[in-house]
Design a protein around this ligand. Structure first.
Ligand SMILES: Cc1cc2nc3c(=O)[nH]c(=O)nc-3n(C[C@H](O)[C@H](O)[C@H](O)COP(=O)(O)O)c2cc1C
Length: 361
């Protein structure tokens, strides 16, 4: 069965949901590991007080028995505790009783840089909230939950994925921006060790691993650039300085350099996978930018709503989950297996055939 991840959920709705399809049967999934990643996503310097309301925790509704996958769709759920404050405003059904709590007034002041204007126009919305609730990155919580599950699968074949922030002086930049009622972005990097050569394919655009990793990163809120290996910097180099020479040592073929970030021609080459994503400064500003009231047509200031000053550290966790998902999907395409043992055995047999062992740098 093909790997597929479907998510649903609004920022202040009752809950976020992910359905993960394609996992082999017999994979041990630990609630503590998923919850630990959910907590990592909530932490980080510059996040809004909402993170104190939400204590994200995964619930599993289907696909798991006694902590092991059944080979059937896995249904993950993370509740929005904040929904209690939005019960009327974000009620899935026509709300009963007098308006109370948050989200009761229509939003008509679109924020530059957010989904507000484009979403309202595209879907014919009079209340911008109908656009911003789903566009919000809140639902990356269930992407992180799904990522934690597939990291367990990757662990079975010795692949480890880690996301980190590259931006220097992040805390100082956040403090300065917050004092000015402004926001900041930053750069994150994800590295994957132990990825064997041969994941992805040059046969078509859709199969290229570099394209898939770029798409999953660019598909994440606020990411405006993605690069593989030395990426944009390669454009200024000569060929002799840009590529990774192929050497033969005691443990087989290897490279001294990894400018390609572990991918050549859309296929993993056995070196560490290295990808980076650039996050723009978050669009909700406490000192709002100019906008237009969609109801009156008059110039106005954009919506001000509780918001992060920065979410770069959270993005590192989300990007790690996204990269893990794509690598697991590509690994499962290559090794197949309805049962975990089949997947692991195919990986083992392949490594024997190509005589490859993971290298630690
Ligand atoms: C983990 C994470 C947290 C975010 N938190 C906020 C936030 O608190 N306020 C905000 O305005 N944007 C936040 N964003 C970014 C917006 O969701 C994003 O800018 C918006 O949906 C428009 O999409 P675009 O930036 O991809 O064009 C966050 C993004 C991520 C990845």
């Amino acid at each position: 069965m093909a790997f597929r991840l479907t998510t649903a959920g609004e920022s202040h709705g009752p809950a976020l949901v992910a359905i993960v399809e394609g996992l082999p049967a017999g994979l041990t999934v630990e609630k503590a590991a998923i919850d630990a990643d959910l907590r990592r996503r909530q932490q980080g310097y510059g996040r809004s007080p909402r993170q104190q309301i939400e204590q994200d925790e995964v619930e599993v509704l289907a696909g798991l028995r006694h902590g092991r996958t059944l080979g059937t769709p896995l249904a993950l759920l993370v509740r929005n505790r904040d929904h209690a404050n939005w019960a009327w405003g974000m009620s899935p059904w026509p709300p009963e009783g007098d308006p109370s709590g948050k989200g009761t007034r229509q939003v008509t002041l679109p924020r530059p840089g957010h989904a507000d204007l484009a979403g309202a126009l595209k879907y014919g919305l009079s209340d911008v909230r109908d656009a911003l609730e789903r566009a919000s990155a809140r639902h990356t919580a269930v992407i992180v939950a799904a990522g934690a599950v597939v990291k367990a699968l990757l662990g079975e074949i010795g692949v480890a994925v880690t996301g980190n922030v590259l931006t220097e002086d992040l805390e100082q930049r956040v403090d300065e921006a917050r004092a000015d009622r402004d926001t900041v972005g930053g750069i994150v990097e994800v590295r994957a060790q132990g990825v064997p050569p041969g994941l992805g394919s040059y046969a078509s655009k859709e199969e290229r691993l570099d394209a898939r990793l770029a798409a999953t990163l660019m598909g994440t809120q606020a990411v405006k650039g993605a690069e593989i290996g030395e990426g944009l910097a390669l454009a200024d180099k000569r060929g002799s300085e840009a590529h990774d020479e192929i050497l033969r040592g005691e443990r087989g073929l290897y490279r001294e350099t990894n400018r390609a970030g572990g991918i050549e021609a859309g296929v993993s080459n056995g070196e560490e996978i290295v990808v980076r994503a650039a996050m723009k400064p978050l669009p909700t500003l406490m000192r709002p930018l100019a906008s237009v009231d969609l109801q009156t047509g008059e110039p106005a200031e954009a919506l001000v709503e509780r918001s992060d000053t920065a979410a770069v550290e959270a993005l590192a966790v989300v990007a790690e989950a996204c990269v893990a998902w794509e690598l697991a999907r590509a690994a499962h395409e290559k090794f197949g297996g309805d049962a975990l043992g089949d997947f692991v055995a195919a990986h083992h047999a392949y490594l024997e055939r190509i005589d490859w062992q993971p290298r630690t740098r």
